[in-house]
Write a protein that binds this ligand. Structure first.
Ligand SMILES: [Fe+2]
Length: 462
């Protein structure tokens, strides 16, 4: 049998892992880094340290954080693994010990062993830099050195795992998040206050246990998206993986007042959809607008995905759900027929009506390891769509928006992402002017080697 790394598209090309932790300073820049843009862009992603024990899923790899620090027009880069307990065990053993998502239920004789890879997102709240993955506790990192400080459980108070997609309420300083699991309680909502203290944990009743990757909050509401990707023990024993796609259930959207509890959640139904990432949501009169990257059918969690026909429904696109609070109905409308994921808005607009949204755009199927090679900008007021193309093979990732300074136009700022320079097999950290997305990048910071494709990032101003 061939090794997984020789056949799995998520272990090849720029999806494949790198083997070193490096520090580079005074990087070569094409263009100019604005001198008033000082801080660090942290981006997390999977980077398996060892050859997998079985089938590899893109979500399995050990976390690796890549950080680009900008100061007075100069750039430095550093990357470090999230040194989890599981990875330390594997380093001791000299080989992988943990099964991946697709094999977790294989040959089970005891509770599945699960590694807290911390590989999905990286956020800063109340003085703590946290690497997150949805199946475990946060892992705290040292912001300057990226050294792993260990798992963080909110002083012993957090009794569930934590989503990789908490929401920061910029008005209250709170961090809103949830934890989900295949066993009761299936869903728990949490609030950490401005000082980082866990002040609320509220169980939410849901109809079935599901993989709930992200959620969305507004000033008034918390919105849970329950998709028909169901945890199934039957599936786990028969196929090794717990995920079962059951579209006949449809998708349920639960709206809870921020001050309410489980009994106050109003549930809405819409067509079967999977949503990893909402772009944003906001309330307006009697309606609640929720914009998401929607899959009509999810094959990404299926071990046989590569054998399945890929169609328009198996890829994500920007989509709008408009919930009628009085009538209890959902208007569902596609907003773009182009494939795109990793939606972001100006962080100041999270939970409020946004005008602009940004996504990583792809022309091909995601299921086979194809890449995003463009950044899309959506203007919801004019309907205008702008695209920045990086060229075939030059994959980019999620683009985050960083404002120039407070209190200016919503799109006055920068978009930043890593872009693979395929011909030279290295990567660039690219800064676009968000008001001129189609124009030449303001700066292309050249990293002397490649930065593998990853998941999510955030900016921490100096
Ligand atoms: Fe995510």
């Amino acid at each position: 049998m061939s090794r997984e790394s020789e056949t799995n598209p998520f272990l090849q090309g720029n999806f494949g892992p790198i083997g070193s932790e490096d520090d580079y300073t005074d990087l070569r820049v094409i263009g100019e880094i604005p001198r008033d843009l000082n801080g660090t862009y942290y981006r997390n992603g999977p980077n398996p340290a060892f050859e997998p024990t079985g089938r590899y899923h893109w979500f399995d790899g050990d976390g690796m954080v890549h950080a680009v620090t900008l100061r007075n027009g100069k750039a430095a880069y550093r990357n470090r693994w999230v040194a989890s307990k599981g990875l330390e065990e594997e380093r001791q053993a000299g080989h992988a010990l943990y099964p991946g998502l697709l094999d977790v239920g294989k040959n089970l004789t005891e509770a599945p062993r699960f590694k807290n890879t911390g590989n999905t997102n990286i956020v800063f709240h109340a003085g703590k830099l946290l690497a997150l993955m949805e199946g475990a506790l946060p892992t705290q990192l040292q912001p300057c050195t990226l050294a792993t400080l260990g798992e963080y459980d909110f002083e012993g108070k957090l009794q569930t795992v934590m989503t990789a997609h908490p929401k920061m309420d910029r008005e209250t300083g709170e961090m809103l998040f949830f934890g989900y699991g295949p066993f009761p309680p299936y869903l728990t909502y949490h609030v950490a206050d401005k000082q980082g203290r866990l002040v609320r944990s509220q169980e939410i009743d849901i109809e079935w246990p599901s993989m709930i990757h992200d959620f969305v909050t507004t000033r008034e509401y918390v919105v849970f998206i329950l998709c028909p990707l169901v945890f199934s023990l039957e599936n786990m024993f028969s196929r090794g993986t717990p995920f079962s796609w059951e579209p006949e259930r449809g998708t349920r959207i639960g709206v809870m007042p921020r001050t309410g509890g489980s009994a106050d959640v109003q549930w809405y139904s819409t067509d079967a959809s999977y949503v990893f990432h909402p772009m944003n949501a906001y309330a307006e009169g009697d309606t609640l607008v929720v914009e998401v990257a929607r899959f009509g059918k999810l094959t990404l969690m299926d071990p046989d995905a590569q054998q399945q026909p890929q169609g328009p429904e198996t890829n994500p696109r920007l989509h709008r759900w408009t919930l009628d609070r009085a009538g209890g109905t959902v208007r569902s409308e596609p907003l773009d027929d182009r494939v795109a994921e990793f939606p972001r808005v100006n962080e100041a607009k999270v939970g409020l009506r946004h005008r602009y949204g940004y996504m990583a755009g792809a022309g091909e199927s995601l299921g086979t390891g194809a890449t995003f090679t463009a950044i899309y900008k959506y203007d919801r007021e004019t309907g205008r769509q702008e695209t920045h193309e990086f060229g075939p093979g030059n994959g980019c990732g999620e683009a985050i928006f960083v404002p120039k300074h407070a209190g200016v136009a919503e799109d006055e700022g920068y978009l930043m992402t890593f872009v693979y320079d395929a011909p030279n097999n290295r990567s660039e950290f690219v800064l676009l002017d968000a008001q001129h997305v189609t124009g030449e990048p303001l700066a292309r910071v050249q990293i002397p080697r490649r930065v593998p494709y990853g998941f999510h990032g955030n900016w921490l101003a100096a």
